[in-house]
Ligand binder design. Structure first.
Ligand code: SF4
Ligand code: SF4
Length: 157
């Protein structure tokens, strides 16, 4: 899955969250593309092929699950945001993916505070709302000395 990483620990339970299956991420599941903004083809109420789900689904862990510093209330199914640590152009970034929702101000403020403290020095925010339907996302990057800025749009064919 794009944005996935394998952290050292995965201390929090997913519980009823299935945010990583509902359209935040892109992946290829047994030859079927999972596209940002659309749920996995195999998602019914829960995963319909759970016992046979591919290894990338078994391995996938979001940043909330592995990082206890992220408040409980930002669990992906509550916050409508999935976070990962990603490497881009040689830098580690906290990647923030939303799904057709405005980034909640409380979450924005929390990310910004963390950024200022240098805990997450670089942040990429993939924002999927407020764009024409053939544009799925904009990337907004927060680097050490900058405020959020838009760097790219992703056009869907
Ligand atoms: S988004 Fe995170 S917490 Fe939610 S199901 Fe996936 S790994 Fe678990
Ligand atoms: S195969 Fe199952 S676990 Fe994997 S993304 Fe689809 S619904 Fe989620």
């Amino acid at each position: 899955m794009i944005g996935a990483k394998l952290p050292l620990t995965a201390s929090r339970p997913c519980g009823t969250c299935n945010a990583c299956c509902v359209g935040f991420l892109t992946a290829n599941i047994y030859g079927t593309p999972m596209i940002s903004g659309r749920p996995c083809k195999f998602l019914d109420k829960n995963c319909s092929i759970y016992n046979f789900r591919p290894q990338l689904c078994k391995d996938y862990i979001c940043e909330w699950k592995s990082n206890p510093a992220i408040p409980d209330r930002f669990k992906p199914n509550n916050s409508n945001v999935i976070m990962h640590i990603r490497v881009k152009e040689g830098y580690d970034y906290l990647q923030v993916l939303d799904r057709n929702k405005e980034l909640h101000k409380e979450l924005y403020d929390w990310i910004y505070r963390y950024h200022l403290q240098g805990i997450y020095e670089n942040v990429i925010y993939n924002h999927y709302s407020n764009f024409p339907s053939n544009y799925l996302g904009n990337q907004i990057v927060l680097t050490k000395n900058e405020k959020f800025r838009i760097i790219a749009t992703e056009k869907v064919n």
